[in-house]
Design a protein around this ligand. Structure first.
Ligand code: NAD
Ligand code: MLT
Length: 537
């Protein structure tokens, strides 16, 4: 499988992908339009913040399965368009938050003490230190807009240097403010009136775009200092430039622009203009928030691991999948079991399903099971021959098929510690049930099959047969398989309560069974029905 990387990530992360057997192409420094054309034929795309994963790019992406955002913000990813196309979008939300938080704090120090201007002065033979008298941060008030992952880190650090920290974030509970030891501002205006330093840490979206403009700047204390190391455009750039000129804002530090320059071009080779570059007392860094060796390593390692897992069909926490509150490793065997139960139905039975009801019992009842149900539905879609199904488009595809989905939980313990029961309500009015459980760490076991009780480990290739419960069946099956040199891994039988005449047999084999052997088996007189079950991706 082929992976396109359009922005630089750590070399060891690229090597990791190659070691996993992927073909990796670094296509760096290209224009958006070039990337939009080049994406054809790639299974995965890894970007940072410059490449726009938009409808134009996705329209040309003929086999894209996953977009890896090497970083935190996802404003350059059209998540809705990815979902519509069945493309999984992953990011590394925590890999660079320390780097970004520390840069915001570094900028706060720099603009309180005029460090950048003084440094420039010294390098241009100006040592008049009286021009660069600053202010201390200790004892002042810092106002944080957006008390999320980075905002909380910044709060902790600014409190550590003796600032009073207040914050405005209408979307988080009081508990978060209490845990951070930060006073909550109910309104943004309350923060603007009180803060000596304003630092912004929200995502960029319709609600936050230009959240600070002239109207808000006018409400600030005279001589306020402002840091934006989140996203360009959160602060109106022209209004901030005016406020810097008038002295209303004493100093600002900016790491991000509304429209960003190219960060790869040689000096002098791009004519980048921004009103803040010429504004007084404005310290600017070229989107350096995540630029530490530690963050680069973390981002590269995390994004490549996620992309590799998605390409291998594994379940990962993705931006465009239902939120999951548990531990992914704990539910993994259950997602695998559920997917196999879903696949099994359409391999053993052809009747369309109008409703599927899944019941989790035992220890599973206390888990967040949304992703397990999603895996079951994905398995069903694969079993129905849907080649383009992924975790992100499963729900839409199931809705399109008109299949109703019901999820139940029962804490009562059955004879198994955990059990997934699936009822398939067929179009012709029957209810067919499958039950599966996980033994030990990851042994997936089918314990009932359409009313037959059994105990079959779900392995790669299984022949499922309904036969007359008479002597000699095993011998006939084993002889045919033996004649074709097919090695049997295990055999199991199950009976239905109240039906002593029929049995259900499962024969697990080492290799895929060709159709002609299935045909030959189906002709054995006591075999009534035969299905080939395959669980290889
Ligand atoms: P986060 O999602 O953890 O936190 C964002 C917080 O903003 C949330 O608590 C949310 O409730 C709050 N928020 C949303 N709308 C708001 C509004 N209207 N008013 C006030 N608060 C609001 O995000 P994070 O990981 O802390 O990242 C914060 C920002 O930093 C993002 O924009 C991200 O893209 C950016 N970032 C920049 C760099 C860089 O290199 N400069 C690096 C990493 C992240
Ligand atoms: C991020 O959102 O992770 C940062 O802006 C860093 C980046 O993408 O380069």
């Amino acid at each position: 499988m082929k992976i396109l990387v359009t922005e630089s990530i750590a070399k060891d992360a690229i090597q990791y992908l190659k070691d996993q057997g992927f073909e990796v192409e670094e296509y760096l420094g290209h224009k958006q339009e070039e990337i939009e054309q080049y994406i054809k034929g790639f299974d995965a795309l890894i970007v940072r913040s410059a490449t726009k994963v938009n409808e134009a790019l996705l329209a040309n992406a003929d086999c894209l399965k996953v977009v890896g955002r090497a970083g935190n913000g996802i404003d350059n990813i059209d998540v809705k368009a990815c979902t519509a196309k069945g493309v999984v979008a992953v990011n590394t939300p925590t890999a660079n938050i320390m780097a970004a938080g520390e840069l915001a704090v570094a900028h706060a120090f720099a603009i309180f003490r005029n460090i950048c201007a003084a440094n420039h002065g010294v390098h241009t033979d100006d040592f008049r230190r009286g021009n660069w008298i600053g202010n201390e941060l200790e004892g002042k008030t810092a106002g944080i807009i957006g008390l999320g992952r980075i905002g909380s880190i910044v709060a902790r650090k600014l409190k550590g240097i003796g600032m009073t920290v207040i914050a405005y974030d209408p979307h988080i509970p009081q508990e978060k403010f209490d845990n951070c030891g930060v006073r909550r501002c109910k309104e943004l205006d309350d923060l603007l009136k009180e803060a000596d330093l304003i630092t912004i840490h929200t995502p960029k979206n319709k609600e936050t775009y230009n959240i600070i403009a002239k109207e808000q700047l006018d409400k600030c204390k005279d001589g306020v200092r402002i840091v934006n190391a989140a996203r360009g455009g959160l602060i109106n750039e022209a209004d901030l430039a005016e406020a810097l000129k008038s002295g209303k804002v004493a100093a600002a530090a900016i790491d991000v622009f509304d429209v960003e320059p190219s960060y790869n071009k040689e000096p002098g080779s791009q004519n980048f203009k921004n009103v803040l570059i010429d504004a007084p007392n404005c310290t600017i860094t070229p989107h350096l928030g995540a630029s530490t060796f530690e963050a680069n390593h973390n981002v590269g390692a995390q994004v490549t691991e996620l992309v590799s897992k998605v390409l291998k069909g594994e379940l990962v926490a993705a931006i465009n999948m239902p939120a999951f509150s548990g531990d992914m490793a704990t539910i993994k065997p259950y997602t695998e079991l559920a997917e196999k139960l879903g696949k099994l139905y359409f391999q053993a039975e052809k009747t369309p399903v109008k409703k599927v009801e899944v019941t989790y019992s035992g220890e599973l009842a206390s888990q967040d099971t949304g992703l397990i149900t999603l895996s079951l539905l994905k398995g069903m879609l694969v079993g129905m021959g849907n080649d383009h199904v992924s975790y992100v488009n499963t729900e839409a595809a199931i809705n399109e098929c008109g299949i109703e989905v019901v999820e139940n939980k029962e804490s009562k313990v059955t004879k198994y510690n955990n059990l997934i029961n699936v009822k398939f309500y067929t179009d012709d009015g029957r209810t067919l049930e499958l039950d599966g459980t996980v033994f030990g760490k990851d042994t997936l076991v089918l314990v009932t099959f359409f009313g037959y009780e059994m105990n079959v480990e779900i392995t790669d290739y299984i022949i499922a047969m309904q036969n007359d419960d008479v002597p000699g069946v095993i011998g006939k099956i084993a002889t045919i398989l033996g004649n074709h040199n097919i090695n049997i891994v295990s055999m199991h039988w199950g009976r239905k309560e109240g039906d002593s005449k029929k049995a259900q047999s499962f024969v697990a084999t080492e290799q895929k069974i060709p159709a002609e052997i299935i045909d030959e088996l189906s002709k054995v007189d006591c075999i009534n029905r035969i299905s080939l079950l395959e669980f290889v991706d």
